[in-house]
Design a protein around this ligand. Structure first.
Ligand SMILES: [Zn+2]
Ligand SMILES: [Zn+2]
Length: 245
């Protein structure tokens, strides 16, 4: 994500570094201010060490920030100890906390991005939602976890303009730690962001047709609803402005 001149990489899963470099224009990891993990599962953190190396020029230039739940650093750390030492600022995220401040780059006079966390998600490892705020724009990311009653109210409290929601399953056949489409609709209907972006689809979700589901929900809510696909780029200021109040 880019807020002003501040670049933040959220949940660098496998291939994140290659994709950042092949992006047009390229996302230069040496200009990254921070890497943030919502949780340590490998589909969200597989490239974190490679990205730290890139951000710090192989450890040659100690810089940047890494913000993640504490279990990403300890026990069976996904952020390897050698890579932790390359990062200038390590932050162990706590539930319902912040603001943590990120950036701006030392070359810029912009303001810092504020990050607050949600209450703990119900997932196998420590998992927190991420609320970013920058120049009046509020963007929340609701990562993986199972549905529970207090979830939507917790996100609604910070009134996100944009809500990015991971929805893995179309229907729940195996009772896993992830939102189903129905759960996701319940959550979004209660939070009522101006713009919703769904992502992190499993096979059944892809078969169900995320674009069509998003369109139906958009018609129902009268708010912008987008189903993400690989390589999607969004100008969130423009999307939010188009919805109005
Ligand atoms: Zn997970
Ligand atoms: Zn996941």
């Amino acid at each position: 994500m880019r807020f002003g001149t501040t670049q933040i990489h959220v949940d660098p899963g496998p291939g994140a570094l290659v994709r950042a470099l092949s992006h047009v224009p390229p996302c230069n990891p040496r200009e990254l201010e921070a890497i943030v993990l919502s949780h340590k599962h490998l589909d969200h953190s597989g490239d974190v060490n490679a990205l730290i190396e890139a951000m710090t020029s192989g450890g040659f230039r100690r810089r940047g920030a890494l913000l993640a739940p504490s279990d990403a650093f300890e026990g069976e750390p996904v952020v390897l100890p050698y890579a932790q030492r390359f990062v200038q600022h390590l932050e162990r995220l706590e539930p319902s906390s912040g603001p943590y401040h990120i950036g701006p780059p030392s070359t810029s006079s912009g303001q810092a991005v504020e990050l607050r966390t949600s209450m703990a998600h119900r997932h196998a490892v420590q998992t927190y939602g991420l609320h970013f705020a920058y120049e009046g724009l509020r963007v929340a990311y609701l990562p993986c976890g199972r549905f529970f009653d207090e979830l939507a109210a917790d996100y609604a409290r910070l009134e996100p303009d944009v809500l990015i929601v991971n929805v893995l399953r179309f229907r729940d056949e195996m009772n896993v730690d992830h939102l189903t489409w129905e759960d996701a609709v319940t959550v979004v209907s209660e939070i009522r962001p101006k713009v919703t972006v769904f992502q992190h689809f499993g096979t059944k979700m892809l078969e169900a047709g995320p674009q069509r589901l998003a369109q139906e929900l958009e018609d129902e809510l009268g708010r912008r609803v987008i189903a993400a696909y690989d390589g999607l780029r969004l100008d969130l200021d423009t999307e939010v402005a188009a919805v109005g109040d």
